[in-house]
Design a protein around this ligand. Structure first.
Ligand code: ATP
Ligand code: MG
Length: 184
């Protein structure tokens, strides 16, 4: 319940994401440390590492249930990612870890979410989805080193609230949705 005198904000900054399990997080963090030795910049904190699936941005709080319903309607299978490709973007000085091949099930999950969000009239970013984990901010980048691949078993996706703070965004996982596990 809201404390007296404290009102809930009327908009939430939301995004759907893949949130790593502890072992994957540790492996990503090691890669971040290693990439930082090559390129410099500011390392992302281990507890912030993720892959954005769909970015909603500022969303009226009263649409929260509609957003949850969109995710409830998504039925896709679990899969595995192999993050084997480092890269950086000059325009925003981000250093990231991505993949040389995106598995079809990942694309399916992103599309299924976008279909539901669009059908519900919620804002979706139309730019093509480039799956990546941001590891460095404000980096100059440089020659792209070959990197130790990180295996990420994907068994769920999450809805995250991003809170902007002076020292950078702080993320809060609001809810988790399991993906269908393969049955043998
Ligand atoms: P800050 O913007 O405060 O530096 P941040 O980028 O980590 O921090 P958000 O801007 O809230 O935090 O973004 C949350 C996630 O959504 C990040 O993974 C970010 O890359 C991604 N994101 C942000 N804006 C967009 C957008 N317009 N389209 C797609 N993804 C986005
Ligand atoms: Mg941002």
């Amino acid at each position: 319940m809201t404390e007296p005198g404290k009102s809930e904000p009327d908009t939430l900054r939301l995004f759907f994401a893949l949130w790593p399990d502890d072992a994957t997080r540790a492996a990503l963090n090691r890669t971040g440390k290693w990439l930082h030795q090559h390129w410099g910049g500011r390392r992302m904190r281990a507890d912030t590492l993720h892959i954005t699936l769909a970015f909603l941005g500022s969303t009226p709080a009263d649409q929260r249930d509609a957003v949850l319903a969109c995710a409830d309607a998504v039925q896709t299978e679990s899969y595995e990612l192999l993050l084997d490709q480092a890269g950086y973007w000059r325009h925003n000085r981000i250093g990231w870890l991505g993949m040389s091949e995106t598995p079809p099930r990942h694309v399916e999950l992103v599309e299924a979410l976008n279909v539901q969000l669009r059908a519900a009239g919620l804002p979706v970013d139309d730019r093509p989805h480039v799956p990546h984990v941001t590891l460095l901010r404000n980096t100059a980048g440089g020659e792209i080193p070959a990197c130790e691949p990180v295996r990420w078993p994907v068994s769920e996706f999450v809805l995250v609230k991003s809170v902007t703070e002076p020292e950078g965004a702080h993320y809060e996982v609001i809810r988790r949705w399991p993906l269908n596990m393969e049955r043998f």
